[in-house]
Design a protein around this ligand. Structure first.
Ligand SMILES: [Zn+2]
Ligand SMILES: [Zn+2]
Length: 440
């Protein structure tokens, strides 16, 4: 996940909110439509997952100790290649840089499905909160891509053990450089879709939701996002201009957030958060605090981020901003605005979301999958570029354990995951892929 807007305030409030969120999700489940019994006898998938769970955790911790920035995932790619080769998969390496693909062919022909895991870590100087700390100074896995790799390899392992039941082909795509959103494009440009021809494409990302749940929705999962950069001629009024510009930008905001919560926290609120049917994260323009102001060659530059639920709203907001600045007392100093598209927006296929949610709820119970009603106002993922080629679904996987204060808030200094999410992810998505492959 990239481009996530920071602004984490009180950790304790967050924990409190997450606990509320957890309760909210439970009550949502109780009020939900269908309650389906989870089978008590472990399935073949669950048995295999149990067998490999420790190996996957060890692998994840190894990757966590050796995080690599986008474009430099050499060691990570080698580890992935090793595992896939040990499973007997056809392995292709060096795609779009450090990209790796593992191809699993089932017993008979059938549907072709791809699963993506991203591989890169982030620049961060904060110390790791886990015992298996990063040994690569200034680089940390605080977006959970180490977990994503472990889950994808786990799914590959489980499905290899059930190969005889598989009609079709599964492509495991390990994508480099997600954080700088260059990896998916690099893989495509390097001929990914000449090597593989999937009919469906899936991916997941860990989130602060409680461990044990999966969340998704039809259509866009993240807001449309632009960085705006205003340029003014510097002078004696510069300070006033900056203040004025900030006011104008903030005036664009249409979403009313409860005062003490910032965006990341609010997403999980049971009343107004993303999984609530009454969410406030619908049809909004949101301005993210944290302006970047600098002087350059006699000019004052002011940058900010605005997010909206759709492109039209974003264009309207841009027009409004320009009008206000042009008609202001500072119009002589105002030189213009530049807009930069910050990231890519995963766009889920409604039919596949429906089939996936049904599959997950049928096998694991109705309180395992939640529909996301709103659109998150921070973040994005260049998995979107794969979805432009092939229909697919992007899932959020819960990875927090609030009792233990383990909060999977991506890009935050104290990011941590409940590693049980590896087990959950492997089980749920192995079953989903099997469901998609067995009826051909
Ligand atoms: Zn990220
Ligand atoms: Zn990420």
């Amino acid at each position: 996940m990239n481009g996530q807007i920071k602004g984490y305030r009180l950790f304790q409030i967050f924990i409190l909110l997450c606990v509320i969120q957890f309760c909210g999700l439970n009550s949502l489940a109780q009020n939900g439509k269908i309650e389906i019994e989870v089978p008590s006898k472990p399935t073949a998938v669950e048995s295999r997952t149990e067998e490999i769970f420790e190996r996957l955790v060890a692998l994840r911790r190894d990757l966590h100790r050796h995080p690599e920035l986008g474009g430099k995932e050499k060691r990570t790619a080698a580890k992935i290649g090793e595992y896939l080769t040990s499973l007997g998969l056809e392995v292709k390496t060096g795609i779009g840089g450090q990209g790796v693909v593992g191809i699993l062919r089932g017993a008979k022909n059938g549907r072709k499905i791809a699963w993506r895991a991203d591989m890169d870590a982030l620049a961060s100087d904060s110390p790791d909160v886990v015992a298996f700390q990063s040994t690569n100074p200034g680089v940390r896995h605080i977006c959970g891509h180490d977990v994503h790799v472990a889950i994808a390899l786990g799914i590959a392992d489980v499905l290899v053990s059930l190969k005889n039941q598989i009609n079709g082909t599964i492509y495991f795509v390990f994508q480099p450089s997600e954080e700088n959103v260059r990896g998916a494009k690099a893989m495509i440009d390097d001929g990914l879709f000449e090597m593989i021809d999937p009919e469906e494409f899936y991916a997941l990302h860990v989130t602060p939701y409680p461990e044990g749940i999966v969340v998704s929705k039809a259509g866009y999962m993240f807001a449309d996002y632009d960085e705006i950069e205003l340029t003014f001629e510097s002078g004696k009024d510069s300070l006033k201009i900056v203040e004025f510009a900030k006011q104008v930008i903030e005036g664009l905001e249409t979403i009313e957030k409860p005062e003490i919560f910032d965006d990341a926290m609010n997403f999980g609120d049971p009343e107004v958060g993303l999984v609530s049917p009454n969410t406030i994260y619908r049809d909004y323009v949101s301005v993210h605090s944290g302006y970047y102001i600098r002087e350059r060659g006699g000019k004052t530059l002011i940058s900010a981020n605005i997010g909206t639920t759709d492109k039209n709203l974003l264009n309207e907001a841009k027009n409004k901003l320009e009008e206000k600045l042009n008609s202001s007392e500072f119009n002589k100093n105002f030189e213009g605005i530049e807009y930069f598209d910050v990231t890519y927006h995963p766009n889920n296929d409604p039919k596949l979301v429906k089939t996936a949610s049904r599959s997950i709820q049928e096998h694991f119970g109705s309180d395992t999958y939640y529909e996301q009603y709103g659109i998150a106002s921070g973040g994005g993922d260049d998995f979107a570029l794969f979805q432009e080629k092939v229909s697919g679904v992007y899932f959020f996987l819960g990875a927090s354990d609030f009792d233990k204060e383990v909060i999977a808030e991506t890009h935050s200094a104290n990011f941590a995951v409940d590693e049980n999410c590896i087990r959950t992810g492997v089980n749920i998505f192995s079953i989903l892929l099997l469901d998609r492959l067995k009826f051909n």
